[in-house]
Ligand binder design. Structure first.
Ligand SMILES: [Zn+2]
Length: 304
């Protein structure tokens, strides 16, 4: 029986899972943020929200407010070979006027990571599952008016399809690209020679793989950890919120290719059920480690 442990580190709610010779920590850059449900799922009726809430673990939907709770979960994956940060939150000081809660933040995420035992210099690899602004923020920090790589000793890895797509868009859209994140959180890595692109599937280190999961973003990938006979799948934005499980055709407003996102979601939900995979989604509020189970025409989420 695998059970996560929980503790609070500098006001950050950390959930830790040990599997075989690996340890996984979930630490959120932003935790349990209330979002209007229709700002995430345009077509969701009040009735559908009520029904979904009934099939979602307690505390993940606020039906009266018509809101969802969302987190932005980074994961530290420590294997015998490397310390890997899977997805990199929103970051500090980023100028995001069209996303007020992300705008010019002053959060203590790096301090909390250090207090957990992972000062920035201990991170060997940073994986960006995709390059949306809420997954790349801590790639860089502002030092004397310049954006520099936060994790000085790390290799940064992202799927080639992601960089190809967004770098091309940047040529025409400029600083608007990705709410500004391309310019302040991706381009500086390129300037420092820090960003590696890989074709998926790709083995990051033994036991840890990037696998293609396109749709939400053109080249998005998920990360699969195999430790002994246990697998953990870091789901990125394949599923944004547990309420999508009751009807996996519910697609977020932020998915670029909804049909492809739906196909990827359905494929991975089926696969996770068939393999008994433990899932670690990026945007689910806690508890974040769980499994999917079939329920009616859809699925449900069972936290560990
Ligand atoms: Zn996201």
């Amino acid at each position: 029986m695998i059970a996560p442990s929980q503790r609070t580190v500098l006001d950050h709610d950390v959930h830790t899972l040990r599997v075989g010779s690996c340890v996984v920590h979930r630490i959120a850059d932003m935790d349990r943020v209330k979002w209007p449900a229709t700002a995430m799922f345009r077509a969701l009726s009040g009735e559908a929200l009520t029904q979904a809430a009934a099939r979602t673990p307690t505390g993940m939907v606020d039906v009266a407010a018509g809101a969802l709770l969302l987190s932005f979960n980074s994961y530290i994956v420590e294997t015998p070979d490397a310390v890997v940060l899977v997805d990199a939150g929103i970051g500090n000081d980023k100028v995001r006027p069209d996303r007020p809660v992300w705008h010019q933040r002053n959060a203590r995420f790096l301090e909390a990571l250090a207090a957990l035992g992972y000062p920035a210099e201990r991170i060997d690899i940073v994986v960006n599952s995709h390059l949306h602004a809420d997954h790349v923020g801590w790639n860089t920090v502002l030092v004397k008016d310049a954006w520099v790589p936060t994790f000085a000793n790390a290799r940064y890895i992202t799927p080639k399809g992601e960089l190809d797509y967004w770098s091309k868009l940047y040529e025409t859209q400029g600083v608007e690209t990705l709410h500004g994140a391309y310019a302040d959180s991706v381009a500086p890595l390129l300037a420092h020679g820090k960003l590696e692109t890989v074709e998926t599937p790709h083995e990051i280190v033994p036991g840890l793989r990037l696998e293609p999961a396109p749709g939400h973003a053109p080249g998005m990938a998920v990360v699969r950890l195999a430790a002994g006979d246990t697998e953990i799948l870091f789901l990125a934005d394949v599923v944004h919120h547990p309420l999508q499980l009751s009807d996996p055709r519910i697609t977020s407003n932020f998915c670029q290719d909804p049909a492809q996102a739906n196909a990827t979601r359905q494929r991975l939900l089926d696969d996770c059920v068939a393999r008994g995979t433990i899932v670690a989604p990026y945007h689910f509020p806690t508890p974040v480690f769980g499994r999917f189970r079939r329920a009616g025409a859809g699925f449900e989420y069972l936290p560990l």
